[in-house]
Design a protein around this ligand. Structure first.
Ligand SMILES: NC(=O)c1ccc[n+]([C@@H]2O[C@H](COP(=O)([O-])OP(=O)(O)OC[C@H]3O[C@@H](n4cnc5c(N)ncnc54)[C@H](OP(=O)(O)O)[C@@H]3O)[C@@H](O)[C@H]2O)c1
Length: 333
């Protein structure tokens, strides 16, 4: 569908109760002439949340999307009549607050001291383990049973892609993934590694590659660190291959979830105008005085057309049988 089409696109949003998913739902509902919305949720609370946002109860489906054949078949049935799928599901680590707080204080004191002394300690060449000095502190975390990144971010997303393919009505899949996937050693891959999970970005990247290989029209979005400032105040930047991941995390641009949701919705509108069959990194900075924030379809169209590249999966190719997983074996983080 393009911005001028009169036909409505029925969009199915998974992870609809999540912070980004709910914003995607809200923004789609704000365009009732262009979109009809269906969603997947896991709880009665999330069901009520969707009703309160304005999703019609007939379009709310209860599904646990961690890769079972049963849930894939149920999603496939739910997708009948939908032309697009927006995947916003993600494994969510349970962070151990006290150890993370103490570890974070220790890390902050060390990095502040290193900053005062004008030096940042780097691991020895080729060394495995630990978060590097340029990375933030890795929180102590575990996963709910059956909800690891391998289950949710890989098997669950593969099941969604396969359900979309089998539905025969879905013509576009937008996958909200993450920046940092070019680096198999990225610090985020260490989160929850000791707890039998981890490698979150590596599993996400493997799912992205499955989507590309599926033959379905796709858009993969790699946001930088997500934040929640008020909507519509930022200038969005696009890039590929983690070019927006500055070496030190403190210098990195962040990505407002509202702008990420807007980019996803605009990619649906601009499917035939630069919005599809590509994998893109995104981040945003506050608009300067007198500068227009990125909000309109025309602005997003220009942005997509001015940066026509797509991320290369020859970098950190997760389909290779010998693909290197995160740098530290479990127990050594
Ligand atoms: N946080 C960051 O800084 C950051 C940076 C870059 C990229 N990202 C990525 O951006 C995306 C959006 O992040 P977010 O923070 O907005 O998401 P979020 O709030 O953590 O939402 C995750 C959603 O996934 C759903 N979910 C998880 N496991 C599921 C399962 N087994 N079956 C069905 N649904 C399941 C959750 O449902 P429930 O509500 O039922 O739990 C929730 O709706 C994620 O892929 C995230 O990894 C995050």
């Amino acid at each position: 569908m393009d911005g001028n089409s009169s036909a409505k696109t029925k969009v199915f949003v998974t992870g609809a109760s999540g912070k980004t998913g709910a914003l995607v739902v809200q923004q789609l509902l704000q365009l009732p002439d262009k979109f009809e919305v269906a969603v997947a949720v896991r709880s009665d609370k999330a069901h009520k949340y969707m009703v309160d946002l304005g999703v019609t109860p007939d379009n709310i489906f209860h599904l646990d999307l961690s890769g079972s054949d049963e849930s894939r078949a149920a999603l496939q049935a739910a997708l009948q009549g939908c032309q697009a799928l927006v995947i916003c599901t993600a494994a969510v680590p349970e962070v151990a607050l006290l150890s993370t707080l103490l570890g974070g204080l220790w890390f902050w004191a060390g990095s502040t001291l290193a900053g005062l002394l004008g030096r940042h300690q780097q691991p020895p060449e080729g060394a495995a383990g630990g978060s590097r000095a340029a990375d933030p502190f890795v929180p102590v975390a575990k996963w709910k049973a059956g909800q690891t990144p391998e289950k949710v971010d890989y098997q669950g997303q593969v099941a969604q892609i396969e359900a979309a393919k089998a539905s025969s009505s879905v013509q576009h899949v937008v996958l909200i993934s993450s920046a940092g996937g070019c680096d198999p050693h990225h610090f985020l891959n260490h989160i929850g590694k000791d707890a039998g999970g981890g490698d979150i970005l590596n599993w996400k990247r493997k799912a992205e590659q499955h989507l590309i290989a599926s033959g379905l029209p796709y858009t993969i979005l790699h946001p930088n660190h997500l934040v929640d400032p008020p909507a519509g105040r930022h200038v969005v930047a696009l890039a590929v291959d983690d070019a927006l991941q500055q070496p030190h995390w403190r210098q990195r641009l962040k990505m407002p979830r509202a702008d990420l949701a807007a980019l996803a919705v605009q990619c649906l509108l601009l499917k035939d105008a630069g919005g599809a069959n590509r994998s893109i990194d995104c981040a945003a900075r506050p608009a300067a005085a007198g500068e227009a924030p990125t909000t309109t379809t025309e602005q997003f169209k220009q942005l997509l057309q001015q940066m026509p590249d797509s991320c290369s999966y020859s970098i950190n190719d997760r389909t290779k049988p010998d693909a290197e997983w995160a740098c530290t074996p479990a127990g050594q983080n």
